[in-house]
Write a protein that binds this ligand. Structure first.
Ligand code: ASN
Length: 343
């Protein structure tokens, strides 16, 4: 007889488990037992469900690397006893967390599915039930005794995406996430359609999972905009201790050609700052040298973010710095896909 999958629900907070404070009208988190009570359907699922909750569930705008380490520790502690993990998380920073965990959990060979909702579970029109139930079903999928998904995914509104490829694109629609540079891994319709080719390649031999809990946040993001002035640039480049600057450039990695701008970057780089060129577009890739406006950046040898999202670039930078990587290796390793986060 087929063994039932053991699935661990990790409840961190988010709209999915919120109720309205009747005094202020604002949404606030409630506890895990209440959440499960609101979905009696969970009992019908063909798997053994267990839950662990943050002591105090949070709105995901309060998410930070300490909480990421906590999620990683919970997964580490329960890794051998479970076939899959579903992380209930607010949608606001879900793409950042899914990206971070993808790097923190090296050699992951079980599904870790992030999900949440736009409307609380108690709301009549809630999207929480479908998101949660299908996430659990995907986490429980096994073929020849092995989990079908062996990476960090993000499930929302009928689609499972690779977590570190996603971006929150809508604060209102149920379809809140997009993954423009990598197609969905699983689609939910009458059947669950798994797109095997888009999943991360499974290694021939299972390696022991390594959990990296140190994320070094000496990083910053600078989004270019017409009118960016020299004082703003300089104040960012002069932040004491800053190790990585993610430069959100235009289109295919383009930037203004003003001398003060290019010289500023050049001298910061000389002083040891890693500058990563990431496009501010949600889809497509950096291609330095394609336009005159990126030739100098190429010459300067900025780190090429290729088609990575800003969320994944931040997570990857914090992870690499956390491993204590040498300055010499940083660019080469950053430009290498580690968890399917870039081409
Ligand atoms: N503010 C909420 C959060 O990210 C939004 C949501 O979950 N839809 O926790």
């Amino acid at each position: 007889m087929k063994r039932k999958s053991n699935i661990l629900l990790i409840y961190t907070g988010g709209t999915i488990g919120m109720v309205k404070d009747y005094k202020t009208g604002a949404l606030k988190a409630f506890n895990f037992e209440e959440l499960v009570k609101n979905i009696p359907e969970l009992k019908q699922l063909d798997c053994n469900l267990r839950g662990v909750s943050f002591e105090k569930p949070i709105d995901s705008s309060n998410m930070n690397p300490t909480y990421w380490a906590l999620i990683a520790s919970i997964i580490e502690e329960h890794y051998e006893d479970n076939d899959g993990f579903v992380v209930l998380h607010g949608s606001d920073t879900m793409s950042y967390s899914a990206s971070a965990l993808s790097f923190m959990l090296e050699h992951l060979s079980k599904p870790v599915i992030f999900t949440g909702s736009q409307l609380p579970i108690g709301d009549l029109r809630t999207d929480a039930k479908e998101n949660l139930i299908t996430s659990i079903e995907i986490a429980a999928l096994r073929e020849n005794g092995k989990p079908v998904v062996q990476e960090v995914g993000l499930y929302f509104e009928y689609k499972l995406y690779r977590g570190n490829r996603t971006t929150k694109i809508n604060a209102e629609h149920f379809e809140a996430f997009a993954s423009l540079n990598h197609p969905p891994l699983v689609e939910s319709g009458v059947h669950l359609k798994v797109h095997e080719n888009y999943l991360l390649q499974k290694p021939a031999k299972r390696k022991k999972m390594l959990v990296h809990k140190k994320m070094d946040n000496r990083v910053a993001v600078l989004k270019l905009f017409p009118g960016l002035n020299q004082k703003v640039l300089q104040s960012m480049l002069n932040i004491p201790d800053l190790r990585v600057l993610i430069l959100e450039t235009y289109g295919a990695g383009n930037a203004p050609m003003d001398e003060w701008f290019l010289n500023g970057l050049k001298s910061a780089k000389k002083n040891g700052l890693h500058i990563i060129n990431v496009t501010q577009c949600s889809g497509g890739s950096v291609f330095m040298g394609h336009y005159e406006t990126s030739e100098k950046l190429k010459e300067m040898q900025l780190v090429n973010g290729k088609d990575i999202t800003t969320e994944a670039a931040l997570a990857k930078a914090m992870y690499l710095l956390g491993t204590g990587i040498s300055d010499k290796l940083f660019k080469t390793i950053f430009e290498t896909p580690l968890r399917g986060e870039m081409v």
